[in-house]
Design a protein around this ligand. Structure first.
Ligand code: UDP
Length: 235
């Protein structure tokens, strides 16, 4: 294996499958099986899960809701996804802990960095829920932050497309897929790999980002092995 400790960012939409909203249990089971295969190879894996399949703060705020309140709802949505993922992982035989940035003692541990690292050392998958715990942030930025905190070697950003393109591949048939990009290029060209603060945090802490297609089975294993899949954003 190419990496010892990795952080996987799963968007809420990744759990949605072909549904318009919420969670597709078949897709979650499939992701859990892929994670189980990786954990068996002794790679330490932490996951940051989003909540966009349930609630997005910005969208609710554009409809008139107070932004901070909307963001707290968004963070709570990520806890639902985290618990769903935990259930699927444990059914796949993977010991798992959920750590929430918003204290929710009955359902999850609080986020404690040193404890998270200890879980990882014991080969438990740690799912970070409730984003960073702060409104006006995203789970992408949280993924970069947690990756830096736990000293992950790489951040894997799972998406619904093959990697980073020069244009939207859904609307441009001739969009070009990049193999490799620098952080600065992504930021200056506003390529929307992840939000700018996430990219800047990875750049400042030298954490490479691999953007890859989660829908293709076996892709998580390929990126963990260091095969060239998707787009690598780095130095
Ligand atoms: N959120 C937040 N602070 C954070 C992380 C998330 O306020 O640190 C809120 C925000 O409202 C966001 C929602 O939680 O819209 C869901 O997270 P995100 O949109 O990042 O999920 P994804 O797009 O990955 O599914």
């Amino acid at each position: 294996m190419s990496y010892k400790r990795v952080l996987l960012k799963l968007s809420g939409e990744a759990l949605m499958g072909s549904h318009q909203y919420g969670i597709d249990p078949t897709v979650v089971t499939e992701i859990a099986q892929q994670v189980a295969e990786i954990v068996e190879t002794n790679v330490e894996m932490a996951i940051v899960v989003g909540g966009g399949n349930i609630f997005r703060g910005v969208k609710a705020a554009s409809g008139g809701m107070d932004r901070a309140t909307a963001d707290y709802i968004g963070m709570i949505a990520t806890v639902m996804n985290a618990l769903t993922l935990q259930d699927a992982l444990e059914q796949a035989g993977v010991p798992t802990r959920v750590q929430s940035a918003i204290t929710m003692q009955q359902v999850a541990e609080p986020y404690i960095r040193r404890r998270a690292i200890r879980h990882l050392e014991k080969k438990r998958v740690v799912i970070f829920a409730a984003g960073s715990g702060n409104p006006f942030f995203t789970t992408d930025t949280t993924a970069a932050l947690r990756a830096a905190e736990i000293d992950a070697e790489v951040l894997f950003k799972a998406t619904q497309v093959d990697g980073v393109y020069d244009r939207d591949p859904h609307t441009n048939a001739d969009a070009r897929l990049f193999d490799k990009l620098s952080y600065t290029y992504v930021l200056t060209e506003d390529l929307r790999v992840m939000d700018g603060s996430a990219i800047a945090l990875c750049r400042d802490n030298n954490i490479p980002i691999v953007v890859f297609n989660l829908r293709q089975r076996g892709n998580i294993m390929r990126v963990v092995k260091g095969e060239s899949v998707g787009t690598l954003v780095g130095g």
